[in-house]
Every structure is written in structure tokens, then in C-alpha cells.
Write a protein that binds this ligand. Structure first.
Ligand code: AMP
Length: 356
């Protein structure tokens, strides 16, 4: 993880321990994480972002269990401590220390316009805390404390990686150094998965259990959730995927189509997109070609394919759950390694900013 000691790029990303890992996380980010740990061009670190998760509404009684479950699921999905560094954010307190320094460099207006801040403020309007606003600054510290150059995330996080680039530039300029790199986001082919219950929103734990499929869901649960997915009632794709994306990138008043139509189209394309990812060769195309789409055929097929794809994951998760000490030891060892780099960065930063 040390910067500059070899030619490999430093790659880092995190996930909040706020419930089970879902298909959105996997499609948008984790699929890449598992692949990139084998790529000789990268030195990879992945972490459980427990401090980040405190900015959402949560139950302190259950947080430790969620942290251990996320660690377990990261191993079950195929991340290998022999190939990447796995750690828990709160084991490396230098992340929050650097966040403070970055707070002094970040204009408030940049944070107020972040989409995630606006979305989450709407979802938890009785708990619009400062952590919610400061989230992307901590994220910048998470990345830059390890001199991260590549950040594999879903599309929802690209704005935050761009802010990280700004903060790196602000720091380098203010202190007259060339110290922090400007990291690049790494997207998968499907960087955003939509909610099953409201396909105009991204799939997210915060929209409730029916809105997402967890990787650990049993086959019958997957079937129930997919059967309940909102989609176009006539079974027709009246817009192409491109047209849909283009319309959804516009302001609601400029789209020229009502929200229900768009929601239906987003829903049907979400299901087709999932079948493209998890189905066998040609299955998604065959369904698309035989419009009107028979949901009675598409939904059970899709549910079966998702269940098949994550059968090994479910088995590995059960095995790891039987040995939580093993999981904790892997993350403790990764935390030690991550901390070495983080300590060194903070020593450099304290000197550069003039407090040492
Ligand atoms: P979080 O659960 O917010 O910590 O997200 C962990 C990773 O999953 C981040 O890289 C997100 O960009 C990605 N992610 C979360 N939800 C989705 C989604 N619906 N579609 C694609 N990527 C997602």
C-alpha cells in the first residue's frame, strides 16, 4: 500500500456496514474489486467504512454485528487477504485526522451541492447531521491517506471521487507541494442498478428490504422480491435504454413524459439488465425479442439465475460465520498494514501544514 515503492497503482474503495451487501453494491463495485485484486497493475485495499455509516439512522446495539457481517460478506464474495489489504476504517484513526485537515480546505458550497447529501437529507429529514454533509471529505481522506490513484465505485460515487480530486489539488496548491495524487473512478459495465420498488431511484438499503436483493438472500426470498419488482405493465420497451438514460438525466419538467411511464420503463430495463448480467447466453435478448414481455416467464427465470450465481457465496458465508475469529483476525492484520501507510502520510502532512 505504500506509494511510489513500485509501479503498481494504488487502488482503494470501501463499503458501509449498514446491512447485507446487495446486488447494487456487487454490480456497481464489488464485482470490480474481486477482479482487480488479481490485476498485476494494482495494489488493492478494501475497507469497511464504519465511521461513514454513523451518519445514517442506525441502532448502536446492532452496529458491531453489521460490521462483522460486512467483513464476512467481503470474504465470502471472493476478496482474498493474500491478494489485497482488507481493513476496518475505525482501526485506522488517521483517516478521520486527515479528514479534519481536508475540512479546512473544502468550500462549504461544494458539499452542499453533492447529490448524495441532497438525497440522504430527504430520506432522513429528522437527522440531517454534519457527518452527512462531511461524508465526501472523509471519503477523500480514506482515499488520499493511502495515496489512492484508482477508486472502483458505482456511478453514485463518481461525484465524490471528483471532489477528492479537487481536495488533492487544493492541498497541493495551498502548501506548494506535489504530494497527493488525483485519483480516477473505475466503473463497471453496469455502474448503477435501480431499486426494485422505485426504479427511478438507485438500489439501496435505505429504501427498504423489498427494494433490493441481498447477495445472501435465499432463493425463495429472491423470487418474492423479483416478483414484486415494479415494471411496465404492458411488457413493452417503448423507449430504448439510451433514450431512457438521456431523459432521466434531464430535469423532471424537461422530460416530456410522465413519471409513471418513466418508472415503468426504468423497471423493465432494470430487469433486462439483470438478466443480461446473470442469465445464460442469449436469454435476455430472447425475452426482449418476444415482446410483449411475459413477466411470468422473465421474473422466475431471473430469480433462478441470481440464486444460482450466489449459491457459492451463501455457502462460503455460512462457513465463515462458523468461525468469526478468523474473520476478525484477517481484518485486524489488514488494519495494522493500512495503519503503517496512514501514519507515515500523517507525519508528512503535519510537517507540511506547519504544526510540526
Ligand atoms: P455503500 O453501500 O453506499 O457503501 O456503497 C458501496 C459501493 O456500492 C459504492 O461503490 C457504491 O457506489 C456502490 N453502489 C451502491 N448502490 C449501488 C447501486 N444501486 N448501483 C451501483 N452501485 C452501487
Amino acid at each position: 500500500m505504500t506509494a511510489g515503492n513500485n509501479k503498481r497503482k494504488t487502488l482503494i474503495s470501501g463499503i458501509q456496514p449498514s446491512g447485507q451487501i446487495h446486488l447494487g453494491n456487487w454490480v456497481g463495485a464489488l464485482k470490480n474489486w474481486v477482479r482487480l485484486q488479481d490485476d498485476p497493475n494494482f495494489e488493492c485495499s478494501f475497507f469497511v467504512a464504519d465511521y461513514h455509516s454513523l451518519s445514517g439512522d442506525y441502532d448502536p446495539q446492532g452496529k458491531r454485528c453489521q460490521i462483522i457481517e460486512t467483513m464476512t460478506e467481503l470474504l465470502a464474495v471472493g476478496l482474498d487477504p493474500g491478494k489485497c489489504t482488507l481493513f476496518c476504517q475505525s482501526d485506522v484513526p488517521e483517516h478521520t485526522e486527515l479528514c479534519w485537515i481536508f475540512n479546512t480546505l473544502t468550500p462549504l458550497s461544494f458539499l452542499e451541492r453533492m447529490t448524495q447529501f441532497k438525497d440522504k437529507s430527504g430520506q432522513q429529514d429528522k437527522n440531517i447531521n454534519l457527518g452527512l454533509l462531511d461524508y465526501p471529505v472523509l471519503q477523500a481522506a480514506d482515499i488520499l491517506i493511502h495515496h489512492g490513484q484508482a477508486v472502483p465505485v458505482g456511478r453514485d460515487q463518481v461525484q465524490h471521487v471528483e471532489l477528492t480530486r479537487d481536495i488533492a489539488r487544493f492541498y497541493n496548491r495551498k502548501y506548494g507541494v506535489d504530494y497527493f495524487p488525483e485519483p480516477e473512478p473505475y466503473l463497471t459495465d453496469t455502474p448503477k442498478l435501480r431499486s426494485l420498488t422505485d426504479p427511478l431511484k438507485k438500489m439501496s438499503k435505505s429504501l427498504g428490504e423489498k427494494s433490493y436483493v441481498a447477495l445472501a438472500d435465499a432463493p425463495e426470498v429472491i423470487l418474492k422480491k423479483i416478483k414484486g419488482a415494479v415494471s411496465e405493465t404492458e411488457g413493452r420497451t417503448t423507449l430504448s435504454e439510451k433514450e431512457l438514460d438521456k431523459l432521466l438525466s434531464k430535469l423532471p419538467e424537461e422530460r416530456g413524459l410522465d413519471e409513471e411511464t418513466l418508472r415503468g420503463q426504468a423497471g423493465v430495463w432494470n430487469l433486462i439488465g439483470l438478466l443480461r448480467l446473470f442469465g445464460h447466453e442469449g436469454e435476455a435478448q430472447a425475452i426482449l425479442d418476444s415482446q410483449p414481455i411475459r413477466y411470468g416467464e422473465l421474473k422466475p427465470l431471473l430469480a433462478e439465475r441470481i440464486a444460482e450465481r450466489f449459491a457459492d457465496f451463501r455457502k462460503r458465508k455460512r462457513e465463515l460465520e462458523a468461525d468469526p475469529d478468523r474473520v476478525l483476525k484477517i481484518f485486524a492484520a489488514g488494519g495494522e498494514r493500512a495503519r503503517e501507510t496512514a501514519r507515515k502520510t500523517m507525519e508528512d502532512v503535519r510537517r507540511t501544514i506547519g504544526i510540526r
